[in-house]
Design a binder for this molecule. Structure first.
Ligand SMILES: Cc1ncc(COP(=O)(O)O)c(C=O)c1O
Length: 388
């Protein structure tokens, strides 16, 4: 008797998290999972102390602290140009991950199609299967990662329920242009489709590009589920504080799922997260400059090693073509992690495995560049030792 649900046949455990385990086993520098190796801002640490002093140890309201939701609503208005009611249209979740899960589970009927732009961040696909939805994979344009208007249009059917949008994009670092967003929003409006937008890297954006939120586009307010969180912007990936904003109707469904899935996000850390709103623009500029310096350094180094790389415009990853090394992505990642090497993520884990066809990601690996510059320099030394 197989006791495990059939929906689990469609996916495997996260390759990203598996590479972190391999990094630990091999004493390797971990450039696989996107997490910084430096401290979060002091204000947030002070927030934890305050939470302990105030004995903030019990469940919060399931939707999350009202004062935190109020601050997030103000931020959404100012930074994302989205107006939401903090009491009915925002929920604090256990990271953006749970916001993604609660949102997909809330809107999906069996057989509903969820459009996922390829390559994609791992979590979208398993959750779609768990919701008994059907992921529909639509490739972004090869190597430049623009939205392919024709292919996206052709993917829409009467069963399409949502399109998942992620900009700045993991794993490529692409920042979608206004025309990419317009293509998606026009389809959502014309065909009554929801945009689920994962904006977790919204503050990590380079070369003076401006972050755009699809929920701020004309007529998209009621058709958009906007997701973000504290993990990446404040270097607190382990705190598990994220949030989701949507119209009252959509939020009614999302809150039902959230309540039964997790009850609430960690109360003490919700309280500590309030202090993030005391940080001024210099904090966000420093964060951007830090990651842009990482980007510039690492991009040059990978190019010098002969790899073809898309120059990231945001987020903290680099998606590199490794085909000249006569190994596929999995062999390359295994080779690099061994014996105090460097852990990276095989590119195929960001693409749908098309049965017997070659996986388009098998020529790529993803490097996380979220670490200190000196860690990246050590990693490059190790990579050179292995490859040259
Ligand atoms: C695109 C994207 N969305 C969501 C997440 C998860 O965010 P959180 O830590 O808030 O769950 C990640 C983490 O790597 C990510 O890359």
């Amino acid at each position: 008797m197989n006791f495990i649900s059939k929906s689990l046949d469609f996916f495997q455990e996260s390759v990203i998290r598996e590479m972190t385990r391999k990094a630990i086993e091999n004493n390797a520098i971990n450039l696989s999972q996107g997490m910084p190796d430096f401290s979060p801002p002091l204000e947030l640490i002070e927030g934890i102390k305050k939470g302990v002093e105030e004995e903030e140890h019990q469940y919060s309201v399931t939707y999350g602290r009202a004062d935190l939701r109020e601050k997030i609503a103000k931020k959404l208005q100012k930074y994302n140009k989205i107006v939401v009611d903090p009491y009915n249209e925002i929920t604090i979740t256990c990271g953006a991950s749970e916001a993604i899960a609660s949102s997909i589970l809330a809107i999906t009927n069996p057989g509903d199609e969820i459009v996922i732009l390829e390559p994609w961040y791992e979590n979208y696909v398993p959750i779609t299967y768990l919701a008994q939805g059907k992921p529909v994979f639509v490739p972004l344009e090869e190597d430049i990662y623009n939205v392919d208007e024709e292919r996206l249009k052709n993917s829409i059917t009467r069963n399409t329920k949502a399109i998942i949008v992620n900009s700045p994009h993991n794993p490529t670092g692409k920042v979608f242009s206004s025309s990419d967003f317009k293509t998606i929003s026009d389809l959502c409006i014309d065909h009554d489709i929801i945009a689920i937008t994962d904006e977790i890297y919204e503050y990590i954006i380079f070369d003076n590009l401006k972050h755009q939120s699809i929920g701020s586009f004309d007529s998209m307010q009621d058709k958009t589920i906007t997701i973000s969180g504290f993990s990446k912007t404040f270097s607190v990936t382990g705190w598990r504080i994220g949030y989701v904003a949507a119209s009252k109707d959509l939020m009614g469904g999302i809150r039902k799922v959230h309540d039964y899935l997790t009850v609430c996000a960690p109360s003490l850390l919700q309280l500590a997260s309030l202090n993030a709103f005391n940080l001024d623009s210099s904090y966000f500029n420093t964060l951007r400059n830090r990651y842009q310096a990482n980007r510039d350094y690492f991009y040059d180094q990978l190019k010098n090693l002969g790899m073809k790389v898309f120059k990231p415009e945001g987020a903290y990853y680099m998606f590199a073509n490794i085909s000249q090394f006569d190994m596929d992505d999995v062999e390359f990642a295994d080779f690099l992690v061994k014996d105090e090497g460097v852990a990276v993520v095989p590119g195929s884990s960001f693409y749908n495995n098309k049965n017997n066809n070659k996986n388009p990601g098998s020529d790529y690996v993803r490097f996380s560049i979220s670490q200190k510059l000196e860690t990246l320099k050590q990693a490059i030394e190790r990579i050179k030792r292995k490859l040259i």
